[in-house]
Ligand binder design. Structure first.
Ligand code: MRU
Length: 345
């Protein structure tokens, strides 16, 4: 499997996800501004992956700071982290990773500036490596919820491409398959950015995992026909009560799953929990350009001048969520209790 993001001697290399599946192109960034632009333009996307990118961006920022004392070093690092944190608003992993980098700097303020730069580089690479390990642990916890022969629906891309590797929702599916279960996947195409068609279909095909691509409006039909046994999706931010922000359309899938008595699982690392928010109404929802709605593959599909809207995420209320799978265990309702327990464990 191709690497989503890696650090190579002063360079942050990412696969350009806007060009998949037609072209496999890598983009090299050497400044935090370049990394920030990759996040904003969705060269890299997916909550854990943008957290990793932000951490590596912060390390590039640290590397170029010319300061002799900790306080002036830290003031500049904070400014660069603030700029990186503004690139996308919904996935809390971005802010989480930047906070971790800043806290690390504070905790090591006794080092010389040169030593601190090296240590921050190490911390960013640790965030990357830990992400893969977290996804494997999450996969092990979640795979027990899937049974032999099941057909699983997913929405958007919560796979290796959305993380440093292995994936969250797709990690659960990968782990189930690795444990010997025969699992096949239905992938919603995920209009308007087509993460399902372009990315999920691509990475599952690369791994020879059986996948059937459907348009978003087909999933109710397949549920009614009893062709879907479970839904597994990722998350961008989960509030204290278990409300889940994820790619636009996820709420629709959850409502349909409940109507058909199909379990709806969310797989996300503990870094996606935002227990400071009591419920999902406080989660900032990114508005993206309506150009992505009125065009398809750069071809206009709607009349000039028509009104269009593009919220990039929606919030699925906790009562539609059967379980939240994390690397620390599986949370069940009531989430206010179970998530607090997991986060503190
Ligand atoms: O806009 P995107 O592509 O960054 O949105 C991604 C999603 O909504 C994913 O489902 C979520 O980040 C989980 S990724 C493991």
């Amino acid at each position: 499997m191709v690497k989503t993001i890696e650090y190579l001697n002063g360079v942050v290399r990412m696969i350009d996800q806007t060009r998949l599946p037609n072209e496999t192109v890598f983009i090299d960034s050497t400044t935090p501004e370049e990394v920030g632009e990759c996040i904003r333009s969705m060269v890299i996307r997916g909550a854990p992956a943008i957290g990793v990118a932000a951490a590596l961006g912060a390390s590039l920022a640290a590397d170029r700071i010319e300061a002799d004392d900790f306080d002036s070093f830290y003031a500049q690092l904070e400014d660069d982290c603030a700029a990186l944190s503004k690139t996308r608003p919904t996935a809390v992993n971005l802010a989480w990773a930047l906070e971790r980098m800043k806290r690390f700097a504070q905790d090591h303020r006794d080092l010389s500036v040169a030593e601190l730069k090296t240590a921050l580089r190490g911390e960013a690479c640790r965030i990357l490596e830990e992400d893969v390990a977290i996804n494997r642990a999450m996969g092990m916890n979640g795979q027990a919820l899937l049974s032999q022969g099941q057909q699983v629906l997913t929405h958007c891309n919560a796979g290796a491409l959305a993380t440093a590797g292995y994936g969250t929702a797709l990690g659960v599916i990968r782990a189930a398959i690795e444990s010997g279960k025969n699992i096949s996947v239905f992938a919603n195409e995920t209009r308007p950015f087509l993460q399902g068609a372009r990315l999920t279909a691509w990475e599952l095909k690369e791994d020879n995992i059986p996948v059937t691509l459907i348009t978003d409006n087909m999933c109710g039909h397949f549920m009614k026909e009893k062709r879907i046994d479970a839904v597994v999706v990722g998350a961008d931010r989960i509030a204290a009560n278990g409300d889940v922000a994820n790619k636009i359309g996820t709420y629709m899938v959850a409502v349909l799953a409940q109507k058909h008595g199909i379990p709806f699982y969310v797989a996300a690392p503990v870094s996606t929990l935002d227990l400071s928010l009591p419920d999902g109404s406080h989660i900032p929802i990114e508005e993206r350009s309506v150009e992505e709605v009125v065009t398809l593959n750069k071809t206009r599909i709607a009349p000039e001048g028509v009104n269009a809207a593009h919220p990039a995420f929606d919030v699925t209320p906790n009562e539609l969520v059967s379980a939240i799978i994390t690397e620390k265990g599986v949370a069940r309702p009531p989430y206010t209790e179970s998530l607090k327990q997991l986060a503190g464990s």
